[in-house]
Ligand binder design. Structure first.
Ligand code: 2HG
Ligand code: ZN
Length: 463
């Protein structure tokens, strides 16, 4: 198989040496990893189609990977593949990027384009268009992976997740057939929304090779405020007011004093506010002109917070400084051990109750474990990170996911199901839904070639 793949992509792009393969087979958290027979790195859609056909003929399984920034094991091989060789298909070389279609406010990006490169491309073009999704892994996360997992990030409160930005995709199916839906037509009622089906399917139905993205107006004036609050309940009330009264609102991020202390210890940053608070809310507004500052400043003023309970930055290094307290949480937690990452959403009115209940639940099932929580408050999305229990022990995962589902929430807000949460899919999806998803999977990929073991449980759910 390596020899025939070399004929398609060239010898430099078929990796068989263990030392070269390893970085592709371990995920960012180090919790998910599994062996690959080889890594193949095509650069075009046709080459992807050829790779898929050859792997199908050889009876191999294919695991699709973008920037390998996923946190649920969906982009790395399974620990155990039942003797079937796994080929890791790296999409990073599909990095073409069209000029901005200024009339439509759209751009077409290859699956391997990183989010940071896309933002740069739009800034360089100076067309007045920008991309509505941003997230901390921007330097490595790829557009194809973000589309396949319907990634969220820090601007969902304003623009929605990846799904909302996608006007169409090009993808290769398990047969090697190519679907091309890149015209970007706003209205196109001609049957099933195949692009929509592929977005969020986590590489199980087809391999996304290019994406037609909707853009949003560039909003050059940005103001960021960090507010010290008593607790999650106060933050939820405040965000509800912000969403009604501050239309320029782009981000509403929450974190807590224990996570902040860790960030300060590991990064050498001083504390952002003169005293300690029960919860920290980082908010950001963006708009065309200075009106944004007034809008946010007036809102904050009306809150009547103490003088030492807020820090404000108008763009530039001051803004990056405030964001560092929030964005460094992921790396700091990883430095402490292999984290259990539980990305959940709750109905906003139950978020505060969940935040306190989850701390007690974890203390009960994993005494001594460290819990660090942060998230995207306006989306009801908390990232519950637990450090302490061994990676293979999923007691704490079970407790947290059941608690979230039991309170009317979702076991995956924005990271997907991957391999990490397959066992709990039935907490959120009915047997009828899982059977419908399986029917789609089986008809598009009867041999189970694409991302085996990701998203869907292996057989009919028993719970
Ligand atoms: C974030 O919002 C990312 O920081 C990662 O979704 C969350 O590391 C995590 O748990
Ligand atoms: Zn997040």
């Amino acid at each position: 198989l390596a020899a025939v793949l070399e004929r398609v992509v060239g010898p430099a792009h078929v990796l068989v040496e263990p030392a070269l393969i390893t970085p592709y087979t371990v995920d960012w958290t180090r919790r998910w990893q599994g062996p690959a027979a080889l890594v193949v790195r095509p650069a075009t859609t046709d080459a992807v189609a050829a790779v898929i056909r050859l792997c199908a003929d050889a009876g191999a399984g294919l695991v699709v990977q973008g920037g390998n920034t996923g946190l649920v094991g969906g982009g790395v091989p399974p620990r155990e593949s039942g003797g079937r060789p796994i080929v890791l298909l790296s999409m990073r070389r599909l990095d073409d990027l069209s000029p901005v279609d200024e009339a439509a406010g759209q751009v077409t990006a290859g699956a391997g384009i990183t989010l940071a490169r896309l933002h740069e491309h739009l800034a360089e073009g100076a067309t007045g268009w920008a991309f509505g999704v941003d997230l901390a892994a921007r330097d490595s996360a790829t557009i194809g992976g973000m589309a396949a997992t319907n990634a969220g990030g820090i601007h969902v409160v304003r623009y929605g997740a990846m799904r909302e930005q996608i006007a169409g995709v090009e993808a290769v199916l398990a047969t090697g057939a190519v679907l091309t839906r890149l015209q970007g037509l706003t209205k196109d009622n001609t049957g099933f929304d195949l692009s929509g089906l592929l977005v969020g399917s986590e590489g199980t139905l087809g391999v996304i090779t290019r994406v037609r993205l909707r853009l949003v107006p560039m909003r050059p004036v940005r103001v960021t405020a960090l507010l010290g609050l008593n607790d999650t309940g106060q933050a939820v009330d405040l965000v509800s007011g912000l969403r009604r009264e501050v239309p320029s609102l782009e981000a509403t991020e929450i974190f807590y004093p224990d996570g902040l202390d860790l960030v300060c210890q590991h990064s050498g940053l001083g504390p952002p506010l003169a005293r300690r608070f029960g919860a920290y809310l980082l908010i950001e507004s963006a708009g065309p002109d200075e009106g944004v500052m007034e809008e946010l400043a007036e809102f904050v003023f009306r809150l009547g917070l103490d003088d030492d309970a807020s820090a404000v930055a108008a763009g530039g290094p001051g803004r990056m400084h405030l964001w560092a307290y929030r964005e460094r949480h992921t790396e700091v937690v990883s430095a402490l051990g292999v984290p259990h990452k539980l990305d959940v959403t709750l109905p906003l009115k139950r978020l505060a109750a969940f935040e306190s209940a989850v701390r007690s639940r974890v203390a009960a099932v994993a005494p001594g474990a460290m819990v660090v929580i942060w998230g995207h408050l306006g989306d009801g999305n908390l990232h519950v990170n637990v450090i302490g229990p061994p990676p293979e022990d999923d007691t704490v995962d079970d407790a947290v996911l059941r608690l979230a589902a039991g309170m009317g929430g979702s076991i995956s807000a924005e990271h997907g199901i991957g391999r990490a949460k397959v066992r709990w899919l039935s907490l959120n999806r009915s047997p009828a839904e899982i059977e419908a998803m399986r029917a789609i999977k089986t008809s598009l990929d009867p041999a189970g070639l694409l991302n085996p073991g990701v998203l869907l449980p292996p057989s009919a759910p028993t719970r």
